[in-house]
Design a protein around this ligand. Structure first.
Ligand SMILES: C[S@@+](CC[C@H](N)C(=O)[O-])C[C@H]1O[C@@H](n2cnc3c(N)ncnc32)[C@H](O)[C@@H]1O
Length: 259
């Protein structure tokens, strides 16, 4: 979703996003525009006891922006789709919640994230979670095959958010839930920010204005039931922090139901 006359180069954006999250998978201790890892997950509200039950190396590469699994309320036996699963933190937690009678499918476009998550699933004996290569705008899954779709810090990275929410609606059975955390803004970002692929890859440039974001979800066929701000999420570089303060860039978590 682009605005104005200048255009974001979506091919460059995809390469930058892949490059950024390749590094998050392979070198999680590096410094990024955003925080990563277990201290971040715990500050966002992930219960330590739950994190203790999933592979530590997945959490090292955690790059989410908020906690939302309490809203998702995933039950044993359910089938869950994780859009932009990264190294797998939320997928592994969802896999614990669905148990052996349920299933989790994580989708990601970055090979190194997928390879890491898949390796950790095999090493940890998580037979009910499967990581697939794909785009969140057109995930390679059966229609109406899921009880719940989850996503953390990913939709803001997509230049076609309408396609992402339409794909989530298609993947869910009627009444299915969408629970996610993402970045939104108070005011529409100017072109200087929205056309900057490196600020997109840092989870800022692609953030939509919050009312517009709600409207896109609703027009995809969802009713938003819970919407909450996550003030505990913050960006770390000066450049990112400036944009954050100027345009009210914030993390939110939400629960929506497919009508
Ligand atoms: C900020 S990270 C979050 C990863 C994971 N959800 C977590 O919480 O750690 C964003 C992830 O989304 C993936 N991604 C971004 N845009 C995507 C797209 N259009 N289709 C599929 N994956 C995408 C990236 O490869 C990266 O792994």
């Amino acid at each position: 979703m682009t605005t104005g006359t200048r255009q974001l180069d979506t091919t460059e954006l995809e390469q930058r996003v892949k490059g950024m999250y390749e590094e998050v998978a392979l070198e999680p201790d590096r410094e990024f525009h955003f925080e990563t890892g277990r201290p971040l997950a715990e500050r966002l509200g992930y219960p330590a006891a739950d994190l203790d039950r999933i592979p530590a190396a997945a959490i090292d590469s955690f790059a989410g922006v908020g906690y939302f699994l309490d809203l998702a309320a995933i039950k044993p036996g359910e089938v869950v789709l994780d859009l932009g699963s990264g190294s797998g933190t939320d997928s592994f937690l969802a896999a614990l919640a669905v148990g052996s009678s349920g299933r989790v499918i994580g989708i990601d476009m970055t090979d190194q994230q997928l390879d890491k998550a898949s390796r950790l699933a095999v090493e940890g004996g998580s037979g009910n979670v499967d990581f697939r290569a794909g785009y969140i705008e057109r995930p390679p899954v059966e229609p109406e095959g899921f009880d719940c779709a989850i996503s953390n810090g990913v939709v803001n990275l997509s230049p076609d958010k309408r396609a992402v929410f339409a794909a989530a609606a298609r993947a869910l059975r009627p009444g299915g839930r969408l629970a996610l955390a993402d970045i939104v803004t108070d005011t529409q970002l100017p072109e200087g920010v929205t056309c900057d692929a490196s600020l997109w890859a840092a989870c800022i440039g692609g953030a939509m204005q919050r009312d517009g974001y709600r409207a896109v979800i609703e027009s995809a066929g969802f009713e938003i039931e819970v919407w909450r701000d996550n003030p505990e999420y913050r960006f770390v570089s000066d450049r990112a922090d400036n944009a954050t303060q100027k345009y009210g860039v914030t993390s939110i978590s939400l629960l929506a139901r497919r009508t």
